[in-house]
Design a protein around this ligand. Structure first.
Ligand code: AMP
Length: 490
């Protein structure tokens, strides 16, 4: 088994790694660190949770430990799709570089330019940035990228989803041709393949199989839910969520609740608070300082429930989350894997429960197809009022105009008898009708919007990773019990 000490890292970096408590490198680290230290380009196909941040920060720090930064000319650049992810990389950087004297600046939106300008003026070794903010600084003439020796692109597939690829191409073209590039993506969509072919030179390709099988430490279930009346769906769903949380009892130490839409993130958090549950929202429209504060209180345990959108929560490393609730079935199957990956981390047990309305069945089928398994049903635990279980197969044509999945029978038509034998509970008055932000919504006419811009590409073939995967094999570190599989495309 590879040891950190075999990897030629700077002794001060090794010391920091030891202090972080890491026993051995994860496969992405063992695969990416040696070629990165040799100065080669690296193409890492890995998701968050695999230890990929250290796989680029450790060699970067080792290489940058020599030399000094010049004013306005950063020596290295890390690009991340979201502010939170950038902040997280910066935190990782601080802990791994704590024994080395390096300077860094974090360029993200929501933070004043002035402070960031001052840091850049003095000269930084590492610039960690979101693409838009970096280009803003560049255009204001405050920044030169001609001194960049190492450039990292993290979570490139999410950059693609968010429409950042033109920015990334522009940033590539502003950095010297001789730079070293470390490029990470969870999947290799054709557009990502094109970028890597254009901007990477003979990269070492390290692939850690995607997390589609999900961690075995996570117990998953889905609750089929049909509202008693269309106009009560939102409030009954929130009631159901509260019932589910209550039925989990003390096992539910803390939880992230995912909603597909920002408006539902706000409403759900507000409603939970109203019912005495300690919840706060996090999504892209909130002030950066508020997002950071909320995250911090969730991390330190002073906040029990974080209600989140996909973009805001993407890639966040929050250890010790006992539960993930999917208030909605995500419209991109891959997001399900990311969402539930927030729990069951570091070998700990996690529970995830998803609410699925008749409208969501197609998305559920997509998730199950990706996972290659059916998510077990759960009866509505202790559901009293408002949350009506799906009693019988119902007509779907009106509720969901999309064509039904032909290969797979409808989940409702496969409904378990336990569910079917339960009679629908009588509907009650809107239990949290007082939640002021809620506007009456027509489920028929309103198209569910995601928090993020829609991907231009169909994601269907995103999972067809080419090449051999590096499985965890014997190297499976105890911190994470991911299932890795070696697979070839096609
Ligand atoms: P990442 O994929 O970079 O988000 O890392 C996921 C988590 O794994 C973070 O909490 C890291 O601190 C942790 N981690 C990274 N490398 C190792 C390692 N070699 N051993 C144990 N934990 C690690």
């Amino acid at each position: 088994m590879t040891k950190f000490s075999d990897l030629n890292l700077h002794p001060k970096v090794l010391k920091a790694v030891e202090e972080a408590g890491y026993e051995s490198p994860t496969p992405i680290q063992a695969g990416a660190i040696p070629p990165a230290l040799e100065g080669r380009d690296v193409l890492g196909i890995a998701q968050t949770g695999t230890g990929k941040t250290a796989s680029f920060t450790l060699p970067m720090i080792t290489k940058l430990a020599r030399g000094r930064a010049r004013a306005r000319m950063p020596r290295s650049l890390v690009l991340c799709p979201t502010r939170e992810l950038a902040a997280q990389v910066a935190e990782n950087f601080d802990s791994y570089a704590k024994h080395v004297r390096l300077t860094k600046a974090l360029l993200i939106g929501g933070v004043s330019f002035k402070e960031q300008d001052m840091l850049i003026d003095r000269g930084v070794d590492v610039l960690i940035a979101t693409p838009g903010r970096l280009l803003d600084h560049f255009e204001r003439g405050k920044l030169l990228l001609t001194g960049v020796q190492i450039m990292v692109v993290d979570e490139a597939d999410r950059m693609l989803d968010m429409g950042f690829i033109p920015d990334i191409e522009r940033i590539f073209s502003l950095t010297p041709f001789t730079r070293q590039t470390l490029f990470f993506s969870a999947t290799m969509a054709p557009e990502i393949e094109r970028i890597t072919n254009t901007f990477l030179s003979d990269p070492a390709r390290i692939e850690v199989a995607r997390q589609a099988t999900t961690s075995e430490t996570i117990t998953q279930s889905v609750i089929m839910f049909k509202a008693s009346r269309k106009d009560r769906e939102s409030s009954e769903k929130r009631k159901l969520l509260r019932d589910v949380i209550e039925s989990e009892g003390e096992k539910c130490r803390n939880a992230i609740i995912f909603c597909n839409r920002k408006v539902d993130v706000d409403i759900t958090a507000k409603s939970m608070k109203k019912y005495g549950l300690d919840a706060a929202p996090i999504h892209g429209d909130l002030e950066q300082s508020q997002r950071m504060k909320t995250l911090e209180s969730f991390r330190d345990g002073s906040l029990r429930f974080l209600v989140a959108s996909d973009v805001a929560a993407r890639g966040l490393d929050i250890p010790n989350v006992s539960h993930v609730f999917n208030f909605d079935v995500p419209s991109h199957a891959e997001d399900y894997v990311h969402r539930i990956g927030r729990t069951g981390r570091a070998g700990k047990k996690g529970t995830t429960i998803m609410i699925c309305t008749p409208r969501d069945e197609r998305n559920l089928a997509d998730v199950e197809r990706l996972l290659k398994t059916e998510i077990p049903y759960q009866d509505i635990p202790g559901a009293t009022k408002g949350a009506a279980p799906v009693a019988e197969p119902v007509e779907t044509a009106k509720a969901d105009p999309k064509p039904q999945d032909e290969k797979k029978p409808s989940r409702r038509s496969r409904s378990r008898t336990s569910s079917a034998s339960k009679s629908s509970e009588p509907a009650v008055s809107d239990v949290d009708a007082e939640v002021k932000t809620e506007k009456p919504r027509s489920t028929k006419t309103e198209k569910p919007k995601n928090d993020k811009p829609q991907a231009k590409e169909k994601h269907a073939d995103k999972h067809s990773n080419k090449g051999q995967s590096v499985g965890m094999g014997d190297h499976l570190p105890s911190f994470i019990a991911l299932s890795f599989e070696s697979r070839r495309s096609g």
